[in-house]
Design a protein around this ligand. Structure first.
Ligand code: ATP
Ligand code: MG
Length: 656
């Protein structure tokens, strides 16, 4: 166990160290994939705690996926730091709302979380006599999610959707009607959805002074990982938590924004230094995760991008020893592609790579099945991440019911540990820790329960008393089920590109990289297409060492093999003889200057959206903007460092 704060600084480069040592106050790390952003913030938290500048229970660290939150907790534990809250926005909100429920819901218990949103949206649609297939329901569900994340009520939907140039799945007034019906159905069922959970927490803080005071006494230091994915609703919650205080560290990579369709807005990240005077801005460009070969491909994929993030992007510089070149292959049909991937997985396992270090990533969850089949055929264990499967397994549903009952019964049980209470509650499922069955279905059932138990240990700790731990575990499960975050099992990870964010594996297979799948057919506008490009960038940057990219010309054997490779694959990376896919621009170039040409501040590197600062090439927030002498000194300093080839890609400045 580390207790020496100096050890926390040891494994960091100069810029990361600057992030760790920056004084209390707003800090913003803008950097590409694999540059150690998550590492920098976990070390910043650990350093604060170990030097006793920060009490661990005063820190609230939030991120967007349960797995990423778990990873942060794991890294903090490894640094010898306990007691820091590292959670998803939803899990943090759920915990707070449950605590304040009697005050917020007039003495009533907190409503249950709705786990099957699409079903209720489908019901609301049929009440409105709107006929939809599964895809239609899905699109409508995401549209309602977008509206709620943008804090748009049914009444204001039509106007807001037009303003935001949404491609609505139905005429806007129909979406609004289904949205209103959905809200009504939920009220009648006595349940709340994910967005309601955040909204209710915001109201609890904004409308109840005692709640606000208690929250503010509890949390004093805030950290947000993957901040590029924050949406207006989450941003408002963050502001409610902070309550005007500014001890806030955000990190993100605008090139990895992949949730715009649910309202994520990278401009919160890009504009952070402008919104927070005196913010310390740090940019990282050294990539510690991937081989230079993988880094090179990642740079190529994203360099051609034209999103707003282009202005703030840095080239990644690979730090690791060279490795194998990323391999790009194509197959006549999908089963052939999946078969080849499965065979390679088996070779990797034989060569000593652990199954947990391999991932197969795809654009849509529907692609999972072919790969599950192919891996099962060659006897390679796998886990489906972010798919619908895990929480829909009957044994998991049953286990969750049993646990919910047990949590209610355990209110005064301080005697047994959580993990024992979970095992006890699940004994009704005839589960034995020591005897995994050998047969397929029974084995899968056993694996599910084993995964739940491991999750209980990981999220609440083995020794926590049942009275406290069981309700917390049940909350965690509900949040994960709603977000489809599957607990870890040892096996090759099968998952969507969305679910893979922030994670890394030794070997990564990016499959189905054909036009129509990536970019997906319904991505039509330039903004949607740019998001598809960023998805590929996220995928490529997950690989530490081995990276295979592939697509199939047809869906099934004997089909018309007319699919073309994903347009974002650089032509130079394609197998010999395969022409790249070039696509004529679908819209006329807009008269607005391309984001790429936006000038950036010469000091902090932030894009200059404000025309007043263009000539000076310095952003409004840089102190040097008002102080020529300071500017000259900074430039001289940068010049000297550049000559010694030690130029840091950041400048730290504070109000002092
Ligand atoms: P992403 O954008 O994908 O979330 P990230 O910027 O958060 O990536 P990390 O996950 O923090 O990157 O780091 C990537 C990998 O590089 C991790 O395995 C981490 O341990 C390693 N790493 C980061 N910084 C250093 C360093 N200074 N020295 C050695 N390894 C490092
Ligand atoms: Mg990260």
């Amino acid at each position: 166990r580390l207790v020496d704060p100096a050890a926390v600084l040891a494994g960091l480069d100069d810029e990361q160290r600057a992030a760790v040592l920056a004084p209390r106050g707003p800090v913003c790390i803008l950097a590409g994939a694999g540059t150690g952003k998550t590492r920098a913030i976990t070390h910043r938290i650990a350093h604060g705690v170990l030097t006793q500048a920060t009490a661990p229970n005063h820190v609230l660290a939030v991120t967007f996926t349960a797995r990423a939150a778990g990873e942060m907790r794991g890294r903090l534990r490894a640094l010898g730091v306990a007691g820091v809250q590292a959670r998803t926005f939803h899990a943090a909100a759920l915990r707070q709302l449950r605590y304040f429920a009697p005050r917020v819901f007039d003495g009533r218990a907190m409503p249950d979380l709705l786990e099957t949103k699409a079903r209720v949206v489908g019901q609301a649609a049929s009440h409105q006599r709107v006929k939809l297939d599964r895809t239609g329901v899905r699109d409508l569900t995401s549209e309602i999610e977008w509206a709620k994340s943008a804090m748009v009520e049914p009444d204001g939907y039509a106007v807001a959707a037009t303003d935001a140039a949404r491609e609505t799945p139905l005429p806007p007034d129909q979406v609004a009607a289904v949205y209103a019906g959905y809200e009504q159905l939920k009220r009648r069922m006595g349940v709340i959805d994910f967005e309601d959970l955040l909204r209710a927490t915001i109201w609890a803080i904004e409308d109840h002074r005692d709640v606000a005071e208690q929250i503010r006494a509890q949390y004093r230091h805030f950290v947000v990982d993957e901040y590029q994915d924050v949406n207006p609703l989450q941003q408002r919650l963050l502001e409610a938590w902070c309550g005007g205080r500014d001890d806030l560290t955000v990190v993100g990579d605008a090139s990895q924004t992949i949730y715009s369709f649910t309202g994520a807005d990278a401009s919160y990240l890009i504009d952070f230094p402008r919104r927070h005077r005196g913010a310390v801005v740090i940019r990282l460009e050294r990539d510690y995760r991937s081989t230079p070969q993988v880094v090179g491909l990642a740079n190529e994929v994203i360099a051609a991008g034209r999103g707003v993030e282009a202005a703030v992007r840095l080239q990644l510089i690979g730090q690791r020893a060279p490795g194998p070149k990323p391999r790009v292959s194509h197959y006549p049909d999908e089963p052939a592609e999946a078969g080849a991937v499965a065979a390679r997985c088996r070779e990797l396992l034989r060569s000593g790579v652990s199954a947990a270090e391999i991932a197969v990533l795809f654009r849509t969850n529907a692609q999972s099945e072919t790969y599950e089949q192919a891996l099962a055929d060659v006897g390679v264990p796998y886990v489906v991440r972010g798919g619908e499967r895990f929480f829909e397994r009957p044994e998991v549903r049953e286990a969750m019911l049993l646990l919910r009952g047990a949590a209610r019964a355990a209110q005064s049980d301080e005697a047994s540990s959580t993990v024992d209470a979970v095992t006890g509650a699940l004994s009704g499922l005839d589960w034995r820790a020591d005897s995994p069955p050998s047969g397929g279905a029974a084995r899968e059932r056993w694996e599910s329960i084993a995964a739940l138990l491991r999750l209980a240990e990981e999220t609440v700790g083995a020794g926590t008393p049942a009275a406290e731990g069981l309700p917390r575990f049940v909350d965690e499960l509900a949040a994960r089920a709603a977000a489809q975050h599957v607990p870890t099992v040892d096996g090759v990870t099968l998952g969507s590109l969305h679910a893979a964010k922030g994670l890394e594996w030794d070997a990564v297979f990016l499959v189905g990289l054909a036009e129509g799948t990536l970019p997906i057919t319904y991505a039509k506008t330039p903004a949607q297409l740019e998001e598809e490009r960023r998805l590929l960038y996220v995928g490529v940057t997950r690989a530490r060492e081995h990276l295979w990219l592939s697509w199939a010309a047809a869906r099934s054997p004997g089909g018309r093999g007319s699919r073309r490779p994903c347009r974002f694959l650089p032509a130079g990376a394609l197998p010999a003889g395969v022409p790249g896919t070039s696509v004529a621009p679908s819209v006329k170039p807009s008269s607005r200057p391309a984001a790429r040409s936006l000038p950036t501040c010469r000091i902090c590197g932030v894009a200059l959206f404000d025309p007043r600062h263009r000539k000076l090439r310095r952003c409004g927030e840089c102190p040097a903007n008002y102080d020529e002498e300071l500017y000259e000194r900074l430039q001289a300093w940068r010049g000297a460092l550049a000559r010694e080839q030690k130029l840091p890609p950041y400048v730290v400045f504070t109000d002092a």
